[in-house]
Structure formats: C-alpha cells, structure tokens
Design a protein around this ligand. Structure first.
Ligand code: ZN
Length: 651
C-alpha cells in the first residue's frame, strides 16, 4: 500500500506530502516516484459505498489504488501535478461488483453441443441434436453430450415427437445422447443412453422396467427415472457413463477437460469484466476449478479478486464426509495460495440439500427433495397442451415426505464447528426451510463452542425460510447470497414449486392458488427484507451457470428492488430491498462476506482501484418510477487495480 498519500483527503495534506516526498521524512511509506502516472476521473456521480455512503465527483488512481476520493476541488492538485484527467460526463460510478456465489467456469459456453438454456419444443430439440451429431459425435456409438438444456421450459410435445426420449431417438439413432439440465439436477437421455446404465459393479444392465422394478438392481432409483420421457434426476444419473464436461461441478480433472476449458478462459474473463464484476467467490472450487482459475491467472486472464469456496460436493450428497480429511485438505489448499495476490481459499462449501422444483405433470408427480419442515403435498394438476391452461383436478394429499437434509444435525454441528475453528468461512447451500434451520443450529453450536471467531458464514439460495429462522439469520449475522434475478411471479416456474409446498383444492383457480397472499410461500419465499431488518447481511450471487451463463448483475439488482419478473406481478413487495441495500450487497457487503473489505468493496483511499462506469444512473431511474429500466444497464468501463480491463466497444 502507498503509505505516503493514503490519508491525503485534504489538498493541503497532499501538497505537503508532495513537497516532502523526496525526503520521505514524514513516515516510513514509499516515496513518490519522479514520474507521475496517475489518473484523475472527474465529473463522476460516484457512489462510494463507504460507511456514510457518500457520493463524490472525483477519483484519483495511481499504482492500482485510490489516492484520493472526494470532490473535484480536492483533485485539482493532482491535475496540476500532471495526472491524466478523464471526464466521465456525470456518469454513475460504483465500486467493482462482487458476485459471492458463482460457478465461474460456467460463464462461457464450451465448444460442445449447447442449447443455451432456451426452452424449445421437441421438434426444435430434435433439429439441434441432428445438427450436432456430425460435428460432435461423428462416429456411431460415440457419446453426444448436449449442454444447457432447460428442464422446466419448452419441451412441448409435437405431432411427431410425444416425448423427449422419442425426439432424441429420432435425432440420433446411432449415438447415446445426454441432455444436461441447466439446474444441475436433471438430465434427459435417448434409448441408446438409457441402455448403457451400469450397475455398481460396472456391468452394463440398462435402465428398464426390470432393473428399476421391485428387486431390480436400480430399484432405489425408480422415483428418479422416467423411462417414458427419458428424464433422470439427481444421483440416478450417475449410473449412465456419459462424459460430463459441461457441468462445472462435476468436471473431471482430465487433459481433455483442461483443453476444452482452456479455450474459453478468455471468454470468461471478458464476460466478467463486461458485467463489471471484479470480485467473486467461486461457490464450488473443486480441484479442476481451482486449476482453471490458476490457469487464468498464469495466462494473464484473471482480472478479479477470487475467493475459492473449497468444495466436496460428492461427499456432501453421498453422506460420506470425513471431517478431519476435509479440514486437512482445505488447509493444504489454503496454504498453497498463501501470498497469491488475486486468489485465496479460506472458505469451505457445504451442500446441505437439493432443490425445491418438482414436476407436477408427471404421473405420479415428481416431488422435490430440498429439506422442508412440513411434508410435501402431492398435487393433482392438469395441463391443457393446447391452451396451456392448468386446472386443479382434485385436492392435494400429504406425501408423508419432507425432503432431505444431507447432514444430520450433530454431524453438521461438528463440521461447521471444525471449519470455523480452523479459521475458514463456511458457505452453505440451503434451499428448504428445514435445511436453513439445521444449518442455523450448526452455526449456533459452532459459535457456542468456538466463541465469536469473526469468520463469516454465508448461506446461499434461501428459497423458503421459516419466520423464526429469518430472525435467527439476523441474530447470527449471516451473509445471505440471494439470487435476486430468480425473484418474481413466474408462473411456469412457480407451478414446479408451490403445488408441492401448499395444499391445493379441487377446482381452485390456479393463479389464485399460486399467488395467495395469505400463504406460507408468499410470506417466506426469498425473504430479503425481513432477514435484513433482523440483522442478516445481504450479499449477491448469480449462481451462474444455473439458468444463465451471464451473471446479469443489473437484472439481479432490478428484481431485488421490484420483485417483478416477466409476469408483471410483484412477488410479495413487502420483501423488496431498497436500491441502496442491493448496491451494498453487490459491493461492500460482498467484500465483508469474503473478508476482502480492507482492500475492496468501496471507493476509499488506499483500496484497490476497482470501479465501473455505467451508462445510466440507477437512483434517477428509481426516482423517476422506472426501476425496471435498471435491468438494461450497460457497463461502459471496468477498471481493476487501476487498469482498464473492459471498455464498451464503440458503436
Ligand atoms: Zn451454486
């Protein structure tokens, strides 16, 4: 850090510092170099995100840090001293954005067959797959893996293809095909692929009525396999040996994977810089992901501060976590990065449950698996293929099942306590309300055992949280990584969740059912504002590539404020955050959540000169009653450590 001018807020002090710089007698900081290569950014509307949330008009940058932050008059001495002056023309300036839950290796498409998350009907699906076969699986029996398939949108049957399986069979009769769902929990396969399922000894026995039936080798997978459609969920997918390069959580650390990803590292760098993101927490840093982040740095493609959440996803879901082994591994990963200027690994990730999406239109309905306090309902819905209308045919029933939490309370208490005791932050994937409750119990136990260590705890997703636990999230000061872009009334999506959480009645209007303002779901889905008011700290996480490879920070900011998605209805506007709070989530709170606030997260003297210039002023849009227009915000300039790393191309 530059000691000399760190506190030079006043021009008088600056002048003094300059005058005595050559003698360096004032303090032990470095002396000013003879050549002044600093830059003054002037005429900004810069929102500093400092403790008093000051707005200033000038930023002075040199040697990668802010040398001065304040009004233009105070920057004049720097201009006089020969610093380059850049006029920002009244543009909005923010600190570089923090994405505290991202799987960054998913931020650009691989050169593989890719559906880009677009919901397409089965005719279009067949066309895409037909086109991909000669390019990506030119010989018979070669695997065709199709990435970014949308399990919850599109997939409408056509006259020719009644099911996904039929469409894939017609499109690729000679090759096994695997569609990888954007949700990372759902795949679909053709008949050739289903026939390749292997039993635990590695023998090819296939998924069929016999192997999935009573006494069959895959009997336990039966609820997760739909032979008619070819859709397979969760762990059942592991029986089919499709090479899985595009699901970033499960990419094997092989030569082929390194080659495929090596091609897209520049695209990832560009994606992040163009969205104004200069700090991330990779939410599942496997050995492969860590290797690729290192490769980005080695190739000069890393323009972000990176916190790696060390990840043991297989053990979390298999229930085989060996706490001592994980701590030992985490410590060695952390130690190996000691002194790295951009990458650190001081967080351990825990996947504590699955997801809250089911499928009410299969027979029987596929029930979600996230850990809930109440049992899931089994709905009886009918979808009219022609009109798209959904009707409730009969009263829902109690399924007798409230989902899964991957850890029992005692084990999670021991694990979280051990993580905290060794100085790591903990980052917990918690979707269902029971999972959040168990995670809070574990965190409370860790605090009781270890005292207040100050190591941050982040919970991600928090789709439904019980009111008691909303208060506890506040009491324990948990950092909450909501993906705000997922908030809003989105009927196609809500149909996959609400009918399993709320009891439905025969003949009830579907819209009235989904958006019943008296329901538990309405009050407690993504409870942003009640948790914040209780004392929890909002951060932001795009969860790229789930749903989108683009981290879409301005869509997230917009929906955090409006809670309005495409359907136009605000999903419980009482939980809307203010723009101020969402911007704090994306900046200073994000920095605190990964313990980089000493040098990132705000525009303050001495901090890393990471900032972005926007094409519009978000506060003006809110004041004008046009918050929805924030979603189209374009980043014109991204500066990281004082260097321009992205500039919007000229039109
Ligand atoms: Zn995630």
């Amino acid at each position: 850090m530059r000691g000399q001018l760190r506190h030079s807020r006043s021009p008088w002090l600056f002048a003094l510092g300059l005058a005595i710089a050559t003698s360096a007698c004032e303090n032990d900081g470095p002396v000013l170099p003879a050549q002044l290569d600093g830059v003054v950014y002037m005429n900004a509307r810069a929102y500093t995100q400092n403790a008093t949330r000051d707005e200033v008009s000038a930023l002075v940058v040199r040697d990668g840090v802010f040398e001065y932050v304040g009004e233009l008059a105070g920057a004049q001495p720097y201009i006089d001293a020969g610093y380059q002056a850049v006029d920002l023309g009244g543009r909005m300036v923010l600190p570089g954005l923090h994405d505290n839950h991202i799987h960054v290796m998913g931020a650009a498409p691989l050169n593989v067959c890719d559906l880009q998350g677009l919901g397409v009907d089965l005719g279009e699906l067949a066309t895409t797959v037909t086109d991909c076969v000669p390019k990506y699986a030119p010989t018979a029996d070669q695997w065709l893996v199709v990435s970014q398939w949308a399990p919850y949108y599109g997939n409408e049957p056509t006259a020719e293809y009644p099911t996904i399986r039929a469409a894939l069979d017609a499109a690729a009769p000679d090759n096994p095909v695997a569609l990888q769902g954007t949700d990372a929990h759902t795949n679909a396969y053709n008949s050739k692929a289903l026939a390749l399922a292997q039993d635990p000894s590695g023998k090819v026995v296939g998924f069929n009525e016999k192997t999935l039936g009573p006494g069959g080798v895959f009997e336990q997978y039966a609820p997760y396999v739909n032979l008619e459609t070819g859709v397979i969920r969760e762990d059942a997918r592991s029986a089919i040996p499709a090479p899985d390069y595009s699901n970033v959580l499960f990419v094997p650390d092989t030569e082929q994977a390194r080659t495929l990803y090596g091609e897209i590292l520049p695209d990832i760098d560009l994606m992040m810089a163009s969205r104004g993101i200069t700090s991330i927490q990779d939410a599942c840093a496997t050995d492969f992901v860590r290797g690729q982040l290192q490769a980005m740095q080695d190739r000069g493609l890393l323009h972000m501060h990176v916190t790696e959440a060390i990840c043991f996803i297989d053990e979390d879901y298999a229930g085989t976590t060996d706490i001592d082994k994980h701590i030992e591994k985490a410590k060695s990963v952390r130690a190996a990065l000691e002194g790295n200027p951009l990458i650190k690994a001081d967080v351990v990730k825990i996947f504590a449950d699955g997801v809250l999406e089911g499928d009410p239109f299969t027979d029987p309905p596929f029930v979600p698996n996230a850990g809930m306090i109440a049992n899931y309902q089994i709905p009886h819905l009918h979808l009219d293929d022609k009109t798209g209308d959904v009707t409730i045919l009969a009263n829902s029933e109690d399924s007798g099942n409230n989902g899964l939490v991957n850890y029992d309370t005692a084990k999670l208490e021991d694990y979280v306590s051990a993580i905290d005791a060794e100085g790591f932050g903990v980052h917990i994937h918690a979707i269902g309300d029971r999972t959040t409750r168990v995670a809070l119990d574990a965190l409370q136990t860790a605090r009781d055992r270890n005292g207040e260590t100050g190591n941050p705890a982040t919970f991600a997703h928090l789709q439904i949280v019980h009111p008691d636990d909303q208060a506890r999230l506040g009491e324990l000061g948990v950092f909450l990584a909501f993906t705000y872009s997922w908030i809003g009334a989105i009927k196609d999506y809500d149909l996959l969740v609400t009918p399993f959480v709320e009891a439905s009645k025969e003949g009830q209007d579907i819209h009235a059912f989904l958006y019943d303002t008296q329901s538990y779901s309405w009050a407690n889905t993504y409870p942003v504002e009640t948790t914040r008011k209780a004392g929890a700290i909002l951060v932001a996480g795009s969860d790229v590539p789930v749903e989108s490879r683009d981290p879409r920070p301005f869509l997230n900011i917009t929906r955090g404020v409006t809670r309005i998605a495409d359907d136009g209805l605000a999903y419980n506007s009482a939980q809307s955050a203010s723009l101020e709070e969402i911007l704090a989530a994306y900046t200073i709170n994000g920095a605190r959540g990964v313990r980089t606030d000493a040098y990132t997260g705000s525009l303050e003297v001495g901090k890393s000169a990471d900032f972005i210039v926007l094409d519009r002023n978000l506060f003006d849009l809110v004041a004008q009653g046009r918050p929805g227009d924030m979603a189209d915000t374009i980043v014109e300039l991204t500066v990281f450590q004082g260097n321009e790393v992205y500039r919007k191309p000229e039109e």
